[in-house]
Design a protein around this ligand. Sequence first.
Ligand SMILES: O=P(O)(O)OC[C@H]1O[C@H](OP(=O)(O)OP(=O)(O)O)[C@H](O)[C@@H]1O
Ligand SMILES: O=C(O)c1cc(=O)[nH]c(=O)[nH]1
Ligand SMILES: [Mg+2]
Length: 193
Amino acid sequence: MTNEDVLAVFREAGALLEGHFILSSGRRSPVFLQKALVFSQPDLSEKLCKALASKLTAAFGKIDVVAGPAVGGIIPGYELARHLKARAIFAERVDGKLQFRRGFSIAEGERVLIAEDIVTTGLSFRETVEALDKLPGEVVGGACIIDRSNGKADVGCKLVSLAAVDFPDYAADDLPPELAAMEAVKPGSRGLA
Ligand SMILES: O=P(O)(O)OC[C@H]1O[C@H](OP(=O)(O)OP(=O)(O)O)[C@H](O)[C@@H]1O
Ligand SMILES: O=C(O)c1cc(=O)[nH]c(=O)[nH]1
Ligand SMILES: [Mg+2]
């Protein structure tokens, strides 16, 4: 799938939003990819993850475990695992820090792929790498549906994306006037109780 094909899926699902958004990192953007609207349609999730899974097999070979950070990484992690014939586990925030709970485990020697929905600064991805450092297994690489950093984010391992884009984002104290004039909304779950 091309970048345009992937963005067309987001458009079709009404998930390519314009406004003033507070991103997970605290940065601000006039564009937001509301992936939950895409993942609410199993056929669209399957289409995207099947295409990404074939790139992942070519890049990394056999994967045993796909690990994603909640909330956004859960559905693509599961759907990728289905196509890669791997297990899917997820990390969730406890007092703000990502942890693997719910009895999830990784055996010594297992090959682990980190799966994200969207990468912007790579912060959530690096936090997932840190959470996995406490468990056995080898992180062989990472995957995301859309890389908003267009390949520039440092995620701590090799990242394969289905699409890479260059949407603008700004520091909160350095907004262009058209963004400053709009009320900001924060769609993601970081920082929620
Ligand atoms: O590369 P980053 O700068 O970390 O941004 C990308 C992260 O932002 C979103 O998560 P968010 O924390 O908003 O919560 P969600 O997973 O519930 O959507 C998204 O799911 C990624 O995890
Ligand atoms: O950076 C983010 O938090 C982010 C950007 C985006 O477009 N979509 C999303 O779910 N999170
Ligand atoms: Mg997330």
